[in-house]
Ligand binder design. Structure first.
Ligand SMILES: *Cc1c(COP(=O)(O)O)cnc(C)c1O
Length: 413
């Protein structure tokens, strides 16, 4: 098209585009919403990814806790292939038997009563927030409030970014959605105080351990204390297990480590091993609030996504991957503690199952590039925390390679 422009027009266009390009990386027709690494992957298998130059990388990120079964898992590939040849989508205007089967499996595993299906973590949390507000209105509270945590991450829609405890996620998008009260995480006393100060609270929304905030593991007993505070005040305990759910922490759901049940549970990331699906599960009174016409999602729980999720659950179960996550997680954690013992720039090494954080005393985003050069994929969150979310199918040898390579990289940083 530029060929046909007169010279001065071309010069003008070039000037404008290149000036903008410098600021916003407009070289591709994508909104510059991500700061991407330049590597592009073309295929995967298990814990490995291959780029377009046929170079092989060990993946300790799993697409941010999405591909728990690793890449190109045959059970998921077969489920998706067969279901896509049979039926991809009908509508929630009709019964969707695979949705009923998936809800049955998830409620069995979680102890919840029922499920609403959507397509992402943010959407699952939106459903949870709507449930809490319905409860408030049922109780005659006009402007019900939900307690949320400092450092929380719940998504990027307006309600979920308002619930998120990170100003960087909110900045530029005011006015925020009202109705959230914030308290410090891992601080039952602060939660109790909120209760004594306000009458409009109906629920608490929190992550059982915080992922984006830097793999923040609360003190043992914290969730049980939150549960009893919720019981005392008649609040819903709503757990965002979008990142922690489905085996990642060494239990099907992270609350099972503390022998409690939430009233509302949200899932997404690893539920479809990469096929988009989210779920909001509820129990008791919370399970009875959504009535026909109150909430919906066109794609939510379509046969393709449900068949993928059913394959994920069957595989986790048959291969014993939940226990495997617990074992492999402590092996990696201990390996890293040994490898980094005595390093002055390590502040903390922590985690649960295959959700591991190595906190440094200074910003370490540069480690992502250095690891990439060594054909290793890691993530850095909250500026100073190397976050590992390896696939649950990672072998002992692959885990040893991860510890060896990453240990050396961090030591030399
Ligand atoms: C990733 C994440 C979300 C948001 O999920 P999306 O699918 O990106 O909307 C919400 N909560 C937690 C804890 C997450 O880790």
């Amino acid at each position: 098209m530029c060929e046909r422009q007169p010279g001065f027009v071309r010069a003008l266009l070039f000037f404008n585009v290149s000036e903008l390009g410098k600021r916003y990386r407009m070289e591709k027709p994508l909104m510059p919403s991500y700061r991407r690494l330049s590597v592009a992957f073309v295929r995967g298998q298990g814990a490995w990814l291959w780029d377009d130059q046929e170079r092989r990388y060990l993946d300790a990120v799993s697409g941010i806790a999405v591909c728990g079964l690793g890449h190109a898992h045959p059970a998921v590939a077969q489920a998706v292939a067969e279901q896509s040849a049979a039926l991809v989508h009908t509508s929630n205007l009709y019964r969707v038997p695979l949705q009923e089967s998936l809800a049955a499996r998830l409620t069995q595993l979680s102890g919840m009563d029922n499920a609403f299906f959507c397509n992402s973590g943010a959407e699952a949390n939106e459903a949870a927030i709507k449930i809490a507000r319905l409860l408030g209105h049922e109780r005659g509270i006009d402007l019900p409030a939900i307690v949320v945590m400092e450092g929380a991450f719940h998504g990027r829609t307006l309600a979920t970014l308002s619930a998120t405890g990170n100003r960087n996620v909110q900045r530029g998008f005011e006015p925020l959605v009202q109705g959230f009260v914030r308290v410090p995480y891992d601080d039952p006393e602060a939660l109790g105080q909120a209760a004594s100060q306000r009458r409009d609270i109906v629920a608490v929304l929190l992550e059982p351990l915080q992922g984006e905030a830097g793999v923040v593991v609360p003190a043992p007993g914290y969730l049980a204390e939150v549960r009893s505070i919720c019981d005392r005040h008649g609040w819903l305990m709503m757990l965002d297990e979008v990142q922690t759910g489905l085996g990642r922490t060494g239990a099907w759901f992270a609350y099972q480590h503390e022998g409690i049940y939430p009233d509302v549970l949200t899932l997404a990331k690893s539920l479809g091993n990469g096929v988009p699906i989210g779920a909001c599960l509820a129990r008791g009174q919370a399970a009875e609030l959504i009535q026909p016409g109150m909430h919906a999602a066109t794609f939510g729980g379509n046969p393709l996504a449900c068949q993928a999720a059913l394959a994920v659950i069957a595989t986790l179960e048959q291969a014993g991957l939940v226990n495997r996550a617990a074992q492999l997680g402590s092996r990696i954690l201990n390996g890293l503690r040994d490898a980094l013992h005595g390093c002055g720039h390590i502040k903390d090494i922590r985690g649960k199952g295959l959700m591991i954080g190595i906190e440094l005393t200074r910003p370490c985003g540069e480690l992502v590039d250095r690891a990439l050069n060594e054909a290793l994929l890691i993530n850095v969150t909250a500026d100073t925390v190397v976050r590992l979310l390896p696939p649950l199918v990672m072998s002992d040898a692959e885990a040893a390679e991860l510890v060896h390579k990453l240990g050396a990289l961090i030591k030399g940083f």
